[in-house]
Write a protein of this length. Structure first.
Ligand code: SAM
Length: 272
C-alpha cells in the first residue's frame, strides 16, 4: 500500500504506465505505423486501445492536455479560487493524477506562506520525475508514484481530481470514491472533473461531433483525432452524469453541485 510517506503500490500493467513510444512523424499517417502505431498529434503515437501516459508523453503533456480538454486552464483557475473555502493552516491537500504537477504549483503559489502540505499522486514515474523537477522551488509539494486504487490517504481538507478517475477501471472506481470520502475531514471538499457520457444518443452524438470540431480548431488532423479516439478504447471509460453522482452518493456525499461544464467535460464540488 502507498501513502504520502512511502511511494509504493505502483501497478505496472495499468494503462497509465504501459510503455508506448512516440511516433517519429515519418510514418504515413493514413496507414499508421508498421507496428500499428497511429499518430495522435503533438508527436505522440499509440495503438488501438493502447493509450498510455508513460514513455515520452510527459514531455508534451501540458501542450496536449490544454489543446484536448476544453477550458483546461479555466478549470484549474476555478479549483484554485475554490480552495480558499477548504484550505486552512495545517491542511493536507491531494491532487489525484497530478501529471506534471501544474495544478499543485498553482495552488502552492496561491497559498504561499500558509502551512499546507500538497501531495500529488500519479502512477507514471516519468510524470512524477518531471513534476518533481518543475516543483523544486516549492518545499511544501511532495509527489508519490502510486495508483490511487492502492493509495492510503491521510486525513485531508481538499482532494482534487481532474480528468483522472475516468481512467480507473470501473471495477475499482467505487472503492476509490469511498476512500476519498472517508479520507476527507468533515467540511472537506472534493473537486472533481470528469469527461461524461450522455444517456441520450442524440446528445451524445451532437456533443461528440462538437468536440471533434474543437480538436480540429486546435490544430489536430482528422487522423490524429481518430487515432486518439481509437487508442482510448477501454482505457478512458467516462460514466454518465447520473452514474458519477451515484458514485459520490454511495460513497457518502450528500452535498454536491456541478461548478463548470463544456459539452461532456464537467466539474463538480462535493462537500463532506
Ligand atoms: C488527463 S491526466 C490528468 C491531468 C491533470 N490532473 C491536470 O489537471 O493537468 C490523467 C492522469 O491520471 C494519471 N492516472 C491514470 N490512472 C491513474 C490511477 N489509477 N491513479 C492515479 N493516477 C492515475 C495518469 O498517469 C495521468 O497523469
Amino acid at each position: 500500500m502507498a501513502n504520502a510517506a512511502a511511494a509504493t503500490g505502483q501497478k505496472n500493467d495499468s494503462a497509465a504506465t504501459r510503455e508506448t513510444p512516440s511516433v517519429s512523424g515519418k510514418e504515413d499517417p493514413a496507414k499508421g505505423h508498421a507496428d500499428n502505431l497511429m499518430t495522435l498529434g503533438d508527436g505522440l503515437g499509440a495503438g488501438n486501445g493502447s493509450w498510455t501516459f508513460a514513455g515520452n508523453v510527459h514531455k508534451v503533456f501540458d501542450q496536449h492536455v490544454s489543446k484536448s480538454v476544453p477550458l483546461y486552464t479555466e478549470s484549474h483557475e476555478v479549483g484554485v479560487q475554490m480552495s480558499d473555502f477548504f484550505i486552512h493552516e495545517g491542511s493536507v491537500v491531494y491532487d489525484i493524477g497530478c501529471s506534471t504537477g501544474t495544478l499543485l504549483r498553482k495552488l502552492a503559489t496561491y497559498h504561499k506562506g500558509k502551512n499546507v502540505r500538497f501531495v500529488g499522486i500519479d502512477p507514471v514515474p516519468d510524470m512524477i520525475a518531471d513534476a518533481r523537477e518543475r516543483s523544486r522551488d516549492f518545499d511544501n509539494i511532495e509527489y508519490v508514484v502510486a495508483d490511487v486504487v492502492d493509495f492510503d490517504f491521510l486525513k485531508a481538507d481538499l482532494i482534487l481530481s481532474y480528468y483522472t478517475l475516468q481512467f480507473v477501471l470501473p471495477k475499482h472506481r467505487q472503492e476509490v470514491f469511498d476512500k476519498i470520502f472517508s479520507s476527507l475531514n468533515w467540511g472537506g471538499g472534493l473537486i472533481l472533473f470528469e469527461k461524461m457520457r450522455f444517456p441520450d444518443a442524440r446528445f451524445q452524438d451532437i456533443t461528440m461531433q462538437l468536440y471533434q470540431e474543437f480538436k480540429l480548431m486546435n490544430g489536430y488532423s482528422a487522423t490524429d483525432i481518430i487515432g486518439k479516439s481509437r487508442s482510448l478504447k477501454g482505457v478512458l471509460e467516462p460514466f454518465s452524469e447520473a452514474a458519477n453522482r451515484d458514485l459520490m452518493s454511495r460513497a457518502g456525499f450528500t452535498d454536491m453541485t456541478s461548478i463548470m461544464r463544456y459539452l461532456s467535460f464537467v466539474g463538480y464540488l462535493a462537500i463532506k
